[in-house]
Write a protein that binds this ligand. Structure first.
Ligand SMILES: Nc1ncnc2c1ncn2[C@@H]1O[C@H](COP(=O)(O)OP(=O)(O)OP(=O)(O)O)[C@@H](O)[C@H]1O
Length: 318
């Protein structure tokens, strides 16, 4: 070991060994000396920490050691309300809070988080791409809600650019949407389904309420994963996903809400595919999500010619 003498850089006097790992005060000139170049004094750190938590008093939900201020209501389902929120602190971040309704089954949101975490942890081909196209959970816990009751809360990453669900789109239209838009919506969901089905998962509740739309990118995000199941050899459950998705698309193409009779404006090749996909589960299972995606592409080409991008407005003015 090489002997080492530590000297005060200000007066050259010897310093105690502790100067190697902490601040010491030179007994000759009184200078505070440290070897560390990125040292932060405890008092400065404490002050900065208090500054960073200044927004906590305005926050209304606490979960996973963080405080969140709700900004806007996003929607509500059978078991929870959804809100856009911002994490308070030095590094604010937009999140989506899913807050269980009073009386909702205990642990449902914890289950949803466990499923989302497993989907994110899957290490199968395509994971790097598709995990970005699935919801990402941040934390789960319970928090006092404005009515003073403890509610289960799930914190999710905020997926930017998503307007609302396909159920909201259908409501805003008040009539069938243009079938060309139904084509990209259908194909976007099938792309993700092909990936999750390959990992053995099935969603189980593919309704328009569980499909969020990104109008600018023609994207669709599948939400509502609390009922998802994993079973390596359950082609039946995956066939049911494809059937449910076909019914969701029929809802988008129905002239009257709640009556998924396919609109006459839907070109025959697509209408035929929709009809069969929504009635024949064994055929859906045999085709698989990727086969269905290709079938939708072929039917769309037959109906509309080569694919091209058409702007989508979720709230048409007429
Ligand atoms: N990230 C989001 N952005 C915009 N709206 C959202 C978002 N997440 C959910 N919503 C809206 O909230 C509604 C309810 O969400 P969700 O389906 O997750 O709740 P739920 O039905 O109560 O729960 P679960 O399906 O697990 O029983 C959705 O149909 C959608 O309209």
């Amino acid at each position: 070991m090489t002997p080492l003498t530590l000297l005060c850089p200000q007066c050259g006097s010897p310093l105690p060994r502790q100067a190697l790992w902490r601040i010491v005060t030179c007994t000759y000139c009184g200078a505070d000396v440290t070897r560390s170049e990125d040292l932060v004094r405890a008092a400065d750190f404490h002050e900065a920490y208090l500054r960073s938590r200044a927004g906590d008093s305005a926050a209304d939900i606490a979960c996973g050691g963080q405080c969140y201020k709700t900004i806007a209501h996003l929607g509500a389902g059978g078991s929870a309300s959804l809100a856009l929120a911002e994490r308070s602190g030095a590094m604010p971040r937009r999140v989506v809070l899913k807050i269980a309704h009073a009386g909702a089954p205990a642990g449902q949101l914890a289950r949803e988080k466990a499923i989302l975490d497993q989907l994110q942890a899957d290490d199968v081909p395509g994971a790097a791409y598709f995990t970005q196209r699935l919801p990402q959970a941040v934390a789960v816990g319970s928090s006092a809600s404005p009515d003073g009751q403890q509610r289960e809360v799930l914190v999710l990453r905020h997926p930017t650019g998503f307007w609302g669900s396909l159920a909201d789109v259908r409501l805003a239209y008040g009539r069938a949407i243009d079938a060309r838009h139904a084509v990209w919506m259908w194909r976007r969901v099938l792309e993700v389904l092909a990936y999750v089905h390959a990992g053995g998962w099935s969603h189980g509740r593919l309704a328009p309420e569980h499909l969020l739309v990104h109008p600018a990118d023609h994207g669709v995000l599948i939400i509502g994963w609390s009922g998802a199941r994993r079973s390596r050899h359950d082609g039946g459950a995956q066939g049911r996903d494809l059937m449910q998705l076909a019914w969701a698309m029929r809802t988008m193409l129905a002239d009257a809400p709640g009556e998924p009779a396919i609109s006459r404006a839907t070109p025959p090749p697509l209408a035929r595919l929709l009809e069969r996909a929504s009635l024949d589960r064994a055929w859906c299972a045999a085709l698989g999500a990727e086969g269905m995606r290709q079938a939708v592409g072929r039917a769309a080409k037959e109906a509309f010619g080569p694919a091209r991008f058409i702007d989508f407005n979720p709230t048409p003015s007429n």
